[in-house]
Design a protein around this ligand. Sequence first.
Ligand code: CA
Length: 229
Amino acid sequence: MRLLLVEDDNLLASGLAAALRQSGYAVDWASRGDQADRWLSSEDYDLVLLDLGLPGLDGAEVLCRLRNRKTPTPVLVLSARETIDERVRTLDLGADDYLVKPVELAELEARIRVLLRRGRADTGPTIELGALQLDTVGRRVYMNGEPQDFSSREWQVLNILVSRVGRIVSKDQMLQSLFGWEEGVTLNAIEKAISRLRAKLETGGVNIRTVRGLGYMLEKPGKPDVRDD
Ligand code: CA
């Protein structure tokens, strides 16, 4: 999962980015509104954490431009502006949630999880795919109820595949989602993680298909139909 953090307070931003990376998110950090606007026009993010008072371009304007481009990426506003009017105005501009600074990390992460799972059909914190269960809060993987040993890279790759189950994920998309999470992620590392994942998942009848020249697809267990959203 790749997040864009837009925050001009360096100390706060580096603390948040470090904590979120620790939790397994890939985090890009923009310290200016105009920079965030450029990145949001060209890059794919799963979620945006947006400050309002920013140099270059105000956070509200960044949000307006994003929504004018019809980009549905969830936006969680983090702001010190705590009046009801400000919150209402920001939500009406197309923000999905609003947290007043200072934010508690545990609450921020819980709200991030809520927004990230909104796009999925199953909305609970546990994702089930055949014999496979992912506990997205505890970051644990179970197969037929048995806890499995997954490295943090395997967890990341599995999460990307699961969030797009039944759809093809290109190696480039995978690299993008992992970028920032760890220095020097290469295609080769992704291929290795995929082959380890395959071995672990096949006992539960969960298949990662290689679509030659295009990428990978986690097949929906027992459902051959391909989701097209
Ligand atoms: Ca600010």
